[in-house]
Ligand binder design. Sequence first.
Ligand SMILES: *Cc1c(COP(=O)(O)O)cnc(C)c1O
Length: 371
Amino acid sequence: MTDLPQVSRDSALIHAATQRAAGEPVVPPPALASIFASQGDPADGLVYARSGNPTWTALERALGSMENADAVVFSSGQAASMALMLALARDRERIVLPADGYYNARVLAAQLRPHGAEPVLVDLLDLDQVGRELRRGPAVLWAETPTNPLLRVADLRALGRLAEAADAPMIVDNTVATGLLQQPLDLGAIASLCSLTKSASGHSDLIMGAVLTRDEQLLGDLRSWRTLGGGIAGPVESWLALRGLKTLPLRIERQSASAQAVAEFLAGHPRVTAVHYPGVAAQTRELARAQMPRGFGPLLSFEVDGGLDAADAVIAAARLIVPASSFGGVESSWERRGRWPAESAPDGLIRLSVGVEPVGDLIADIEQSLA
Ligand SMILES: *Cc1c(COP(=O)(O)O)cnc(C)c1O
């Protein structure tokens, strides 16, 4: 956790690692080291860089400040997910996941089956179904909201209550919202997962992940899985992620406003048959506003008439928006999500990540692409 005085989240993100002593670089440089000078008991301090690196520690302080928690960073979001699934699978038979969430979570859970819990797919908006599945045996609830790529919003407080009643730990994949927009640990989650590859770092130049928790046992287990499994983050990536994190509030504010405008534009376009964004989904808009009061972030998706081929043609026609996967970067990008074989989204769904370009340029590019 951060040892800063009580300051806002946004200030903590900027100052979590700044140095103030005369002659010190204000921003600590990346510690490029595999070993640190040491002798005696290796449990004391920095020894070998698979167990610890001061650049991770700086990043972990900043990340933790978003949810008043401890953070553990990993080499990718998937490495973070694997550590979490393995840590929580002990003595548990089932892992209950959303059928429409990030597809690699489902693929990973299935692949880990010989070493852990059986994956069970549910609709997180169907609380009766979730409750029923949680009561069938010792389980973990792996929630995600808003979901990638359909941006469906689940009620975390209600899910947290169901999980508690079933004595099941709830984890929340918070990648789409980030800890800036949504704080799952305040709503009943034992852990909050974030792929730092996306909005958190925001510059499309690194792959990393993190888990945030306030649970000491889980924290120790996650660190142990990281050290033994070796899914550690590099110091340069950590340094870049910390640099990106400082401007997260600025980027997200702009991206949320632009994504809302783009979603409204798309909703009124004759070629668009569906738009998925928390700010335009009538059924869950009030819940989304309560759960994410600062905005809904850069990610949205939509469907065009003509299906798969029409969607590919729209993406190919763009002059500004980059054809690419991932989201949350300063540069807008889009992809036809169904091109990934394990994805369950509709074939013609386009997932758009709204960058920080002026929104007029983006809407003009979308308009000419749809034409
Ligand atoms: C990208 C993503 C992940 C995995 O993160 P990587 O950094 O790519 O390993 C997990 N969850 C969600 C929701 C994602 O979008």
